[in-house]
Design a protein around this ligand. Structure first.
Ligand code: GLU
Length: 437
């Protein structure tokens, strides 16, 4: 069978292709010379599969899509406190090149607007690194997110630098507030080099997938940034990634995202996929027109909105039975699905409400596929309380979802591979004690 995913992507591109509204960014002459007809889309899964259609191997400059990644590097290199002291996390609701500094402190409101991104660039790498070392650090970091060595488009960089008056002004303003503590021209030049890094739509999808995969590049296996950094970056993308269109985007598309003026757009859906599109014509907010349409369609077609309500945990107790009779009887509570707080609360409620005359209780995880930390702790507390109530508790855990379970004070648990093992052990014990036959 041939996968339907590339066909789906090709269909989606064909649907948006006729829309030639919007305009190329013209404040950077090199970008104004781009081919406006380019169109591509790619999905990268968290296990490294990449699907693409259209111009997915054509290079474009990353532009503002570099901002969340440079922010991630700064957080990883300098720590949260040092970065938060210099750049806030409040949506400005303003355009990308708005000054948006907090009146009292001069701190940029968030790292997705230029003022914040210029500051963030200065925070990449260890303290004291010069401008060249910082650019190297950012290039290395962006390359690690993409899983291949990236390079700067010198033509676009020079073209933007010639017209970087506004960013230079922002840089000097930041310097005057003491947010930047060094030569602002060098920082703006470094930031411009960061924006001029060449990527393909495929690269962008993998970079987004690295965020979706908790900071580990799904292709190379490299941990690029720690998990708490990813959570911070995705949160800021969700609230500030689409500039003054952030609210529309959050309600209609609902995928943490970032756009760039060269026409790229990425979205990272935690635990699922990284998505990237490329189409250079921009709307009045500076976001790719066809990219925004494609993301709207992807989100609706595939239920990718992060606020899409997951199926309720009601079915977590798959079966609740008593196997065997008399002294051999075993109470089996078979759980299913992915276990989190809501699921475990159902289990706790059901176990608490059940009168259990049987000594042996088996909590069967053989049709469970994941147990998160709070579910694990609640499950072990169920074990402990059942032990204290006089039960002999078994955990059927063939996939070792709860390694080395320790129910703590007064709790005891026997781990087995199947319910049959519990029954065999029970029969053995019953025979030994002479309770039966
Ligand atoms: N290099 C561009 C600038 O700072 C990036 C803007 C964008 O992609 O939104 O003006």
């Amino acid at each position: 069978m041939r996968s339907m995913v590339p066909d789906y992507l090709a269909d989606a591109l064909a649907d948006v292709e006729p829309d030639t509204s919007g305009a190329l960014a013209d404040y950077i002459p090199e970008l104004a010379a781009a081919d406006p007809g380019r169109l591509g889309a790619a999905f990268a899964t968290v296990d490294g599969e990449v699907y693409g259609a259209g111009d997915v191997d054509v290079e474009l400059t990353i532009q503002s899509i570099s901002k969340p990644f440079a922010y991630a590097l700064a957080l990883a290199d300098r720590g949260f406190d040092a970065v938060l002291a210099k750049v806030g996390v409040e949506p400005s609701g303003e355009a990308f090149n708005e000054i948006s500094l907090e009146p009292a402190t001069g701190r940029p409101r968030n790292p997705m607007i230029n003022a914040g991104a210029i500051t963030t660039h200065a925070l990449a790498g260890v303290a004291g690194l010069g401008p060249a070392g910082r650019v190297e650090r950012v290039l290395d970091g962006l390359s690690a997110f993409a899983g291949r060595r990236l390079r700067v488009d010198e033509g676009v960089c020079a073209s933007e630098l010639e017209h970087a008056h506004r960013n230079l002004a922002i840089g000097h303003l930041l310097r005057s507030h003491g947010v930047l503590t060094e030569d602002p021209d060098a920082v703006v030049e470094g930031y411009t080099r960061q924006c001029s890094v060449l990527v393909t739509t495929r690269d962008l999808a993998l970079m987004a997938a690295t965020l979706a995969n908790r900071g580990v590049n799904p292709r190379t296996g490299e941990r690029v940034v720690p998990e708490p950094v990813v959570r911070q970056v995705l949160s800021v993308m969700a609230t500030c990634g689409m500039y003054d269109a952030a609210g529309d985007w959050a309600t209609q598309v609902g995928i943490p995202a970032k756009s760039g003026v060269a026409g790229g757009l990425i979205g990272a859906l935690p635990g699922q996929i990284g998505i990237a599109t490329f189409s250079p014509r921009l709307d009045q907010h500076g976001n790719s027109v066809r990219g925004v349409s494609l993301f709207g369609r992807f989100s609706a077609d595939m239920g990718l909105h992060v606020m899409e309500v997951p199926p309720p945990a009601l079915g977590v107790v798959r079966a609740h039975t008593v196997v065997g009779s008399g002294a051999e009887a075993v109470r089996v509570v078979q759980l299913q699905g992915g276990l989190g707080f809501a699921a475990l609360e159902r289990v706790v409620r059901e176990v608490a409400a059940t009168d259990m005359p049987e000594t042996t209780v088996a909590l069967d995880l053989s049709t469970v596929y994941s147990v998160d930390d709070v579910a694990r702790r609640m499950l072990l507390e169920v074990v402990r309380r059942l032990t204290l109530d006089g039960h002999d508790v078994h955990l059927v855990d063939p996939e070792v979802l709860v390694p080395a379970p320790d129910p703590g004070d007064g709790g005891r648990v026997t781990v087995v591979g199947s319910v049959d093992d519990v029954l065999a052990a029970r029969r053995h014990r019953a025979a030994e004690s002479g309770a039966v036959r």
